[in-house]
Ligand binder design. Sequence first.
Ligand code: UDP
Length: 329
Amino acid sequence: MKSILVVGGAGYIGSHMCKYLSRHDYHPIVLDNLVYGHRQAVKWGTFVRGSTSDSGLLRKLFADYTIEAVMHFAAFCYVGESVTNPAKYYENNVVNTLALLEVMVEYRVSNFIFSSSCATYGEPVQIPIREDHPQKPINPYGKTKLMVEQILEDFRGAYGLESISLRYFNAAGADPDGELGEDHDPETHLIPLVLETALGKRPCIEIFGENYPTKDGTCVRDYIHVEDLAQAHLLALERLFNGLPGGVYNLGNGDGYSVKEVVEIARNVTGKPIPARVVEKRPGDPAVLVGSSEKAMDELGWRPQFPDLSTIVKTAWNWHKDNPNGYGG
Ligand code: UDP
């Protein structure tokens, strides 16, 4: 069984990845400092508590285990906070990732799968966004992801470290078996907030602006199921194991849903009224972010299993209903 180091494996996407890896006969070794991750979400493989800033610990991990590849999910991801506290983002998302890559080079581990983001594109000039769209991130979060993509290109040339950067659109949904879900503190993402409103934990969902140039004036996003993301990571990993070249791939469904449509779908799925009110726009929100994932389908053979937004919301709702306090009990 091949061991894969999953950095940030106690987080939302990382934990789903570990389940998926384990189902496909890989051994996940989770490295997570539990700053945002949840110990209860690590149910497969081996757990090591620690940070990528700890090079001694990284060296010990690479010395103790035969690690065939690294998947890196451990980044801070609050766009607003990245604007007010960029140092935190450059430190963790760039400096600590660089430290990890250096130890990989030292131990000759040469396969790396990186969680990048559609935030690297900035304000879109063309929809759907393809991988060759200009990359002009408009916030420090997006810049940190782009910087790592650029570091990876240089590491490929200089040290033979092969990598695939996966640019996610809006990750959503939960494990269809109900064992894992989305639990951020603070929660800022639309679908969990809508579902917390359905549960009565919040009085209403605030819709950030309704005069965008979209079908109903609210922002349009491309929601992609978290297990479909996991599927793409495994395909990317196997592409590298097969000796094929790395690169960058978008991961989205190619369908855009407005904020109001998401709320309406959630009302149908949950059978709850979900009060909503329109408030000020959130700074830095592009009107439309929808990606083309044709490249991932063609080259990786990626086939999303949960493309329908109602299904995505249903999987999330099942988890939220059963875990109203998240992993906290
Ligand atoms: N949004 C909203 N109310 C909220 C949270 C989000 O209207 O309480 C909107 C947000 O402006 C964006 C969309 O929902 O257009 C998705 O936001 P989210 O934070 O989930 O993901 P992002 O697109 O920022 O990565």
